[in-house]
Design a protein around this ligand. Structure first.
Ligand code: NOJ
Length: 570
């Protein structure tokens, strides 16, 4: 309700700024649910998705060439990790120009073509927006570093050292001191990540304007929104107090510290509100997805904003990191996210380019494919927006580097062997069983996983029981069953230690989902009367095993190991 009111206010503001056409478009949208509530979002790591020019590194044209595949899978929006010019120290998360395309990924014309081709297929493009830091090769930083009195000095964080040492004990998330000394000016520069990723100073209003201007550049082109990188780290306490030191050492050998004074500062919310207001000036329900961490749901859900006026889709890493198949744990985590205190719309994901693929984290090496289908079923049938990582629809697994010499990701070089880096989850997409899994004719920048002869799009397309075809069926169901689109989420059989069961209930339809999270067959008795439903049978809609076509008796359901059963209540 409030958000509708808010949109009308934005429409009024838009009327004054961009005329009646724009305002009418935004006001009309206030009437309908935003597209991102129903969408399936798919993350693409451009280096690894498809290599159209066969040089071993994927690019924009590669993505464009695979749009029909993505459409057929049922994807509605692509989140593309950074494809801006960059020295690639952190593979694109070190940006040297916020308004251009990296030459190794193509040209702006290639990007425009991607947008246009995606639009023809009703697929939206979401860019990665790296607001916390730029590259040290960005002209802003080069200027800032050039002298203490440069006009851009304050766009970054510079401080004097203390007795020949860094200004305080802050440790970079990527290892060692968060301060790098620049002898030219004798001052230290602050970096939450690599030294080559200096933090932007969000207390500087000119810099702030320049970043919003960069956001507008892409919004004007028609991108559907942004995934906000490391957004919690935008601010630091200007007094620079030391962070509390905890017991033990991190994977890089530094003392463990609590990021008390340089992470999740309240000022972040002012920026999120401002950026959201920038997006809300555009028609089309542009969306913000936040890389928002927090130690509990109350904290993560702060990123929705008190009036749902910040990030529409915060990423809940607590849910993504459950890391064990446990019905009680999933039940608890889904329920708390579904009923988050902000009343925001949930986003769910299990894998991304920074985390070991969930096929490995949840797999038991015996039932891996069944487990991949089960986690897919969670993703596609709970109330919320699912976000997938390229290749998860195949059951792709990590292909981790075996030696330090093989590592590309700098954190793997700094922290080897305690930290092996993130190469393993970033290997080339597996398209077919030909050379390099059909990703490229040249040697790929990271080695293809050895399982590619079996785990690839072409083979799985041809196998009706594959993980890929199960994803397709699930996505199709999500789009066709009203209860899965619009229904409430209600847990069933709340104390069952093994099977997670729930209802999705809309005005016209009730769908029941039962997921056996154990390696043994299980019987379940689902009694819907406490949910005000007298029916005790359902028609099978989709199962990961042969569930037959007869009506299901909800009071005696049999599920095989890691079995998934979805039915429509009669
Ligand atoms: C989070 C990104 O997902 C990760 O890949 C990157 O290294 C850091 N932020 C720094 O930008």
């Amino acid at each position: 309700m409030f958000s509708k009111f808010r949109k009308y206010s934005v429409a009024l503001l838009a009327l004054s700024l961009c005329g009646s056409f724009c305002a009418t478009a935004i006001a009309k949208e206030a009437e309908k649910e935003p597209w991102w509530k129903q969408a399936v979002v798919y993350e693409i790591y451009p280096r690894s998705f498809a290599d159209a020019d066969n040089n071993g590194v994927g690019e924009i044209k590669g993505i464009t060439s695979k749009l029909d595949y993505l459409k057929d899978l049922g994807v509605d929006a692509l989140w593309i990790t950074p494809c801006y010019p960059s020295p690639q120290v952190d593979f694109g998360y070190d940006i040297s120009d916020y308004k251009a395309i990296a030459p190794e990924y193509g040209t702006m014309a290639d990007f425009d073509e991607l947008l246009a081709e995606a639009k023809k297929r009703d697929i939206k493009i979401i860019m990665d927006f790296v607001m916390n830091h730029s590259s040290d090769k960005h002209p802003w930083f080069v200027e800032s570093a050039s002298s203490k009195d440069n006009a851009k000095r304050d766009w970054y964080i510079w401080r004097d050292g203390v007795n020949g040492a860094p200004p305080n004990n802050w440790i970079s998330l990527f290892g060692h001191s968060a301060w790098k000394l620049y002898p030219e000016t004798g001052q230290y520069n602050y970096h939450f990540f690599y030294p080559e990723q200096p933090d932007l100073n969000w207390r500087n209003s000119e810099m702030r304007k320049a970043m919003y201007d960069a956001a507008r550049f892409w919004l004007d082109k028609g991108v559907a929104g942004f995934r906000l990188d490391a957004v919690q780290a935008l601010f630091e306490d200007p007094k620079l107090p030391d962070n509390p030191v905890k017991e033990g050492k991190n994977q890089y050998g530094d003392p463990n510290t609590e990021y008390l004074h340089n992470d999740r500062l309240p000022e972040v919310h002012d920026v999120l509100r401002e950026l959201r207001a920038v997006l809300d000036m555009y028609p089309g329900d542009r969306v913000l997805i936040g890389e928002t961490t927090g130690s509990d749901i109350a904290e993560i859900s702060k990123s929705y904003g008190k009036n749902l006026d910040e990030v529409q889709l915060p990423m809940n890493f607590i849910m993504a990191y459950i890391n064990k198949l446990s019905a009680p744990e999933f039940r608890k985590r889904i329920s708390e996210w579904d009923k988050n205190p902000a009343g925001g719309w949930p986003l769910y994901f299990f894998s991304n380019h920074d985390q070991v693929r969930h096929f490995v984290r949840y797999g038991d090496k015996i039932h891996n494919e069944d487990i991949a289908k089960l986690t897919a079923a969670v993703l596609m049938t709970v109330r919320g927006t699912p976000m997938m990582y390229y290749g998860e629809e195949l059951g792709m697994q990590n292909n981790d580097p075996k030696t330090k010499e093989d590592v590309q990701d700098p954190i793997g070089k700094i922290g080897w062997p305690a930290e092996i880096g993130r190469d393993g989850e970033r290997t080339p997409m597996q398209w077919n069983s030909e050379i390099n899994a059909g990703f490229s004719k040249a040697k790929p920048w990271l080695p293809v996983s050895p399982d590619y002869k079996k785990v690839n799009v072409a083979s799985e397309d041809a196998d009706k029981n594959s993980v890929l075809n199960f994803y397709k069926q699930l996505i199709h169901l999500r789009k066709t069953e009203d209860a899965l689109k619009n229904g409430s989420y209600e847990t069933l059989d709340d104390h069952n230690p093994d099977v997670l069961s729930y209802l999705r209930k809309s005005k016209d339809e009730i769908v029941v989902v039962a997921l056996n999270m154990t390696p043994a067959p299980k019987f379940v008795q689902l009694d819907l009367s406490a949910n005000g439903i007298s029916a005790d049978t359902a028609e099978p809609l989709l199962a990961s095993f042969d569930a037959g076509s007869e009506s299901l008796h909800l009071k005696s359901l049999k599920l095989p190991a890691y079995g998934v059963l979805i039915g429509k209540v009669n």
